[in-house]
Structure formats: C-alpha cells, structure tokens
Design a protein around this ligand. Structure first.
Ligand code: KDO
Length: 334
C-alpha cells in the first residue's frame, strides 16, 4: 500500500477517535491552542498570530505558540493535530500534498501570481473539495491562507563564481529544499540538485557549506540571517509561496457557533496582518540585503518559468490535479 494511503488510514482512525474523545467545550475552561511552527518568534506570521489571533480568542481559548519546531518537527504538525498532540500549525500545500497529492497544484512553481491571487483562490468555491477532504480525512480545518512570499535562489557562491541566468546554471548546485516530495520536485524543476533539510538546520548547512544554497523569500532570508552565510540572490520568484492556518477539527466541533465565528475571524485578520507586513518587507529588504553585501539580480525569469512549467505538466503531480482546477486558478490571477 502506498505510504500516503497508509498514513491516511492511520490518521483517519486517529482523527475519528479524537472526535469522540474531545468533550464538547463546557464553556468554563479555556481550550488550549498549542501551535507548533519551524518559524522564529520574529517571523511576521508568528507575530501576527501572537498579536492578533491570540488576543481575539482569549475569552475562551489560550493560544500557546511553540517556535523553531521546538514542540513538533517540521512536517509532522498535521499528524500531531490529527492525533490530538497539537491544535494548530502553519501548514503548507507541500505538507498537505504528502497526504493528498492534489494539493501540489498550490505548490507548483509559477502558478500563484501574487498574495492577492492566493486569497482569491483560497476563498473561491474551487477550494471547497480540498478543504473538505482535509477536514474529513485528517481532522484539520484550514482557516486562512498566509502569504509567505516570493521564493528566490539564495547561494553561498558569489555572482562571479556562479551567475544564475537559466536553469542550466543550477545544474549540480546542491540546493536545500524542505523535506517533502513536492518541495524536492520543485528543486529538480529549477534545474538544481535538491537536498532535503529541516528549516532549523539551514543556517548551519549554509555556514559549513554542506549545501550550496536555499530558497526562501527575502523576509525569511533576513529574519533567519541567511544573508550572513550567503553572497547572492537570483530573483527567480519561482514560487509565490503560501501557508495555511491549520486548526484541529475536533476542537472546532467542541466550540459554540459564536466561538467558531470568533476563531475564523481572528485567523482571517491575523493572516491579513501578516500578509501586509510581509509585502512591506519584500519592498524594503532588497536595499537592506545589498547593504549587507549580497549581489541581488534578475535572472532570465521567462526561461525559468518555461522550464519549470514544462517539468510540472508532464509530472505525476499534475496527473493528480482535479480536471479544470488549474484553469480556474489561472483565471483568478489574470
Ligand atoms: C522552509 O522550510 O524553507 C519553509 O519556508 C517551508 C514553509 O512551508 C514553512 O514551513 C517555512 O519554512 C517555515 O514556516 C519557516 O519560515
């Protein structure tokens, strides 16, 4: 049995038993909302959840964030929620794609065009079957889409040593990508040699040279200080990347209708706050990074887009996409 189906079966059983085990909220006690994320406490998404979401639900819930993957390892959060060991996470389409391959459409290079496009797609009825599957089979509710930013290729080598113009220039480059298959595939589609590594290990890997580079948006490059151990950024913008605020369905079902409304609005507001902060940082960080000595330049983005899209359209990932969804997503972006 394929791993994804095996994992799905185990999680389905866990989610079902959890739904029975979580007694309806009796209103007196506050429900504890443990969130685990590999992100730092100074990442804009972390700040928005702590400053917007936490206070908004504080009448009936205690928001308890755990940063730097200190509670649950990156990529294991969804199982944690399904098993009742966690109530929230900042998940990704790439992580969801390990259970439901069709989510890879939202993790495909050069599909999402902007933060606004991500919101239009997440709020469109096309998303309903995707959200329902995650609720029914994983016991996780996707409350809101968060803007992580445009991912670019960030390398240890100087531009003189290695100038990135087309995917051919990344041949043999040991590019760290997050661990799931969808991420590794994106690294291959860029022309690089992808290496799986947890987010919390990236700085050291760059510092020691065990990888040649990584791909994260500019705000992450600054927040995690990757600029201290790299020398260039080729603005490939190969993925306008997103996360979803994931919430335990079992806990959700134990809330009153009014409390559910408060949680939903708090998640939407936190996501919007983080989106605006992240967009603002993307505007201002090129000059900051150049002041730190990094060389930042435009590669042949058209060459990257054409190559990446060609690799995806012939892939097993594309074969899992429901008929017509890509066309609907594209139409929402134009
Ligand atoms: C990363 O590991 O590069 C990544 O950007 C993947 C994202 O999906 C997300 O997990 C992110 O890390 C963390 O939130 C840390 O920023």
């Amino acid at each position: 049995m394929p791993i994804a189906l095996a994992r799905r079966g185990v999680l389905l059983a866990a989610a079902a038993s959890l739904a029975l085990a979580v007694a309806p909220a009796v209103a007196q006690d506050k429900v504890t909302l443990r969130l685990s994320t590999p992100a730092t406490d100074t990442d804009q998404r972390s700040i928005a959840l702590a400053e917007v979401f936490g206070p908004a639900v504080s009448d009936f819930a205690s928001y308890e964030p755990h940063y730097n993957a200190s509670l649950v390892a990156q990529g294991s959060e969804l199982e944690g929620i399904a098993n009742g060991d966690l109530e929230m996470s900042i998940t990704s389409a790439q992580e969801l794609a390990t259970f439901f391959p069709e989510f890879s459409i939202f993790a495909t290079g050069y599909v999402h065009q902007s933060a606004e496009h991500q919101v239009a797609v997440f709020n469109n009825p096309l998303m309903d079957p995707f959200k329902q599957t995650v609720e029914d089979e994983l016991g996780v509710k996707l409350l809101a889409v968060m803007y992580l930013g445009k991912r670019h290729v960030n390398l240890r080598q100087s531009k003189d040593e290695l100038t990135v113009t087309t995917p051919d220039d990344l041949s043999g480059v040991n590019l760290r990508m997050p661990g799931t298959d969808a991420w590794q595939f994106l690294g291959q589609a860029l022309g690089a040699n992808p290496t799986p590594l947890a987010f919390t290990e990236v700085y050291t890997a760059l510092q020691t040279g065990s990888v040649d580079g990584q791909d994260n948006p500019l705000p992450t490059v600054v927040d995690s200080k990757f600029y201290e151990v790299t020398q260039q950024i080729a603005l490939t913008a190969h993925l306008v990347d997103l996360n979803y605020i994931a919430f335990s369905k079992a806990v959700w079902d134990g809330l009153s209708e009014e409390q559910q409304g408060v949680v939903q609005q708090a998640a939407t507001d936190a996501a919007e706050s983080a989106r605006q902060a992240q967009l603002q940082k993307e505007e201002e960080l090129v000059s900051f990074l150049e002041e730190q000595g990094l060389e930042i330049y435009e590669p042949d983005v058209a060459a990257f887009r054409t190559h990446v899209q060609g690799v995806y359209q012939d892939s097993e990932f594309a074969a899992s996409w429901p008929e017509g969804v890509l066309e609907q997503v594209n139409a929402l972006g134009n």
